[in-house]
Design a protein around this ligand. Sequence first.
Ligand SMILES: [Zn+2]
Length: 196
Amino acid sequence: MKNIDTEKIEQCIHDLLLALGDDPSREGLLETPKRVAQMYAEVFEGMTYTNAEIAEKFGTVFEQEDYIKANDKNLIVVKDIPVFSYCEHHLALMYNMRVSVVYRPVDKIIGLSKISRIADMVSRRLQLQERIAHDIAEVMAMVTGTQDIGVWIQGEHSCMSARGIKKVSAPTVTTYFDGIFKTDDALRQEALLLMR
Ligand SMILES: [Zn+2]
């Protein structure tokens, strides 16, 4: 586990305010460096853990029940997990994000609330929407012991909506499929249907 250097962030935000031509000593900005540092420690908490450490942290699993062994194409889906993140290209907020995760249990079943915790934690990093999906799948694979995982993400990026081309209502959708979903078209279609 790594630490976030909040003192350094405070200093940087102080300098940023100066660079913007503002006065860090005026009343409204006095506490801003400290507040931003505390906020960053929270919204970037996922940067203090590796994917393996997140897998360990939220890795509560249950031995597979008999009813699932009976049908090897049963799917488990957790749908529309709300997350937020920051794009690594602009340090801009990615918002209105919804994550759906599907997997096909083989040996172990992960606690459903843990899937939400994993999605939330890997999003608390400087990210790309595509990599959030990859990170979720990687952690899920470590925990469940199966590669049969799919992730669907929709999100809006303030670096698009607040600047540049200003396509305000243009959400970005990304999908990520691994394992059996890469080869079994019917199962992938079913997974997509369940995630949407
Ligand atoms: Zn961006």
